[in-house]
Ligand binder design. Structure first.
Ligand code: UFG
Length: 329
């Protein structure tokens, strides 16, 4: 019996594949390698292709005994989603529909889903919990919410149980140094700060210093990618034991401002890291902090690697070992 990991060659997917391998699970990965890297898949069987390819999915479900699915495959750039909503509806929403239809056809009744804090939009209270209203402020978050809702209705109609994991800010790299973050283009704060430390960028832009926060810069809840990976295993376990469908936030519960991130990166790397103030980036809420109480109580999830120093040190080890990222795109 195998676990199918869609998008298993991507950043969070590959760390989850590593965690599954560490506990001896049989794994099948499907990834179109648009963002993913072959090299990032440390084991299991890899099918290169797209979820919207019906024949490919038939092959995957017919050649393997799939017991559960962990679904990462999606486009995930907020800015891009605002300029090209069709891409997000097509790849994310339609891609998920194709997957759920095949799961229903091949009687696979378990899915763990990679969701996002972007489903909430502007927070009404902090820390955010799963009862808070969901009113996305960008197309990316809207499509992830639509995918969650689709799973809800497939559960009612076909009994496919799901756990949706809403990540806050994923960062860091695997302890082994074998896998880490490599996006093209890179838009995330921590890798950009570290690329600046490496001299690959002249400075890091601080998007907005006039937010209603202590130092005027945005505050985010950073969580180590391997802590996120662990949550997926716990979510699979919950569903294997017959647990019901559920939604969980995954964050650290602690917020750090952009300036704090840059300061800690200066300490960790010993590099100066030039920074310059720039205008706000469209659609950035001032503060996003998660309450992960439900994941703690119901999944038994306890992040152990998510101090900001540890997150940045692990990312720094990856960036210094692989300054140009994976060898092949
Ligand atoms: N930032 C900068 N300079 C940069 C890049 C980012 O100041 O060069 C700031 C952003 O404005 C933001 C913070 O750093 O305030 C973090 O930005 P990231 O792009 O690293 O992460 P986001 O919080 O925008 O987005 C992340 C995920 C999304 C997800 C969102 C949910 O990348 O997929 O968290 O909270 F939707």
């Amino acid at each position: 019996m195998a676990v199918l990991v869609t998008g298993g060659a991507g950043y969070i997917g590959s760390h989850t594949v590593a965690a599954l391998l560490e506990r001896g699970e049989e794994i099948v990965v499907v990834d179109n390698l648009q963002q993913g890297h072959k090299e990032a898949v440390l084991g299991g069987k890899l099918y290169i292709g797209d979820l919207r390819d019906s024949e490919l999915l038939d092959t995957v479900f017919q050649e393997n005994e799939i017991e559960a699915v962990i679904h990462f495959a999606a486009s995930s750039l907020v800015g891009e989603s605002m300029g090209n909503p069709a891409k997000y509806y097509h790849n994310n929403v339609y891609g998920t529909l194709c997957l759920l239809e095949k799961m229903s056809q091949y009687k696979v009744g378990t899915i763990v889903f990679s969701s996002t804090a972007a489903t909430y939009g502007e927070p009404v209270h902090l820390p955010l919990d799963e009862h808070d209203r969901t009113l996305p402020t960008n197309t990316y978050g809207e499509t992830k919410l639509a995918m969650e809702r689709m799973m809800h209705w497939f559960d009612i109609a076909h009994g496919i149980k799901y756990v949706s994991l809403r990540y806050f800010n994923a960062a860091g790299a695997h302890d082994s140094g074998a896998i880490g973050e490599d996006h093209a283009p890179e838009t995330h704060l921590i890798p950009l700060v570290l690329q600046t430390a490496l001299g690959k960028r002249p400075h890091i832009a601080i998007y907005g210093e006039d937010y209603p926060t202590e130092d005027g810069t945005c505050v985010r809840d950073y969580i180590h990618v391997s802590d996120l990976a662990d949550a997926h295993l716990l979510a699979v376990d919950r569903l294997r034991k017959g647990g019901d469908s559920a939604v969980y936030n995954l964050g650290n519960g602690q917020g750090f401002s952009v300036k704090q991130v840059i300061d800690i990166a200066r300490q960790v790397t010993g590099c100066e890291i030039a920074a310059s103030a720039e205008p706000r980036r469209a659609g950035d809420p001032a503060v996003l902090i998660a309450s992960s109480r439900r994941a703690h109580e119901e999944l038994g999830w306890n992040p152990t690697r998510s101090s900001l120093e540890n997150i940045i040190s692990s990312a720094w080890a990856w960036h210094t070992a692989k300054p140009d990222g994976y060898s092949k795109r």
